[in-house]
Structure formats: structure tokens, C-alpha cells
Unconditional design. Structure first.
Length: 95
């Protein structure tokens, strides 16, 4: 059985989730761009951690990708699942 950890509840974490909620279907943002939009440029790794703890379905964390264009991980099925969701939404093209 998988144990769910408590997601971060700092002011920054709330801002990150608010930014990610606004990413429209068919679009993506990088972890760094989310950090900047949430008020902490350079906090891309913190955004990654916050998203890794996200189990709120209203926060489309699969739309946050790495700055090198790679998917990054996804806590609800891994990078392959993340890529499939983004393909279904039209954010990336199928290979």
C-alpha cells in the first residue's frame, strides 16, 4: 500500500499550485518558469518537490516540464504517463 505524504503548505507552495492551476490544457511551463511566476526565480527544484507531492487533481502538475524539454517525473504514473497526457492534450506531438 502506498503512503501519501502531506504536501508542502508554505506560502510559496500555495503560489506554485495557483500558478500551475492556470496552465491551460495544451500548454506547458518549465519548473523554472513556474518558480519565477510564483515569485522565487531560481527555485525550480523546490517547484519539482512541491509537484512531486501533489495529489490534488485540480493542479495539473503533468503540465510542468524540465527546461531541457524532457518530461521530468510524474507521481501518478511516471514520465511515460506524463508524456501520454500531454500528447492527449495536444501540448506535445506523438513521436
Amino acid at each position: 500500500m502506498r503512503t501519501l505524504k502531506t504536501p508542502p503548505s508554505s506560502e510559496f507552495a500555495h503560489k506554485v499550485r495557483a500558478v500551475v492551476r492556470k496552465i491551460p490544457k495544451g500548454k506547458t511551463m518549465t519548473y523554472g518558469a513556474v518558480a519565477k511566476a510564483a515569485g522565487k526565480p531560481g527555485a525550480a527544484r523546490a517547484v519539482g518537490y512541491i509537484m512531486s507531492m501533489n495529489y490534488d487533481e485540480t493542479v495539473p502538475c503533468h503540465r510542468v516540464i524540465r527546461s531541457d524539454g524532457k518530461m521530468g517525473d510524474y507521481n501518478r504514473g511516471g514520465a511515460i504517463r506524463k508524456m501520454k497526457l500531454l500528447q492527449e492534450e495536444g501540448a506535445i506531438k506523438a513521436k
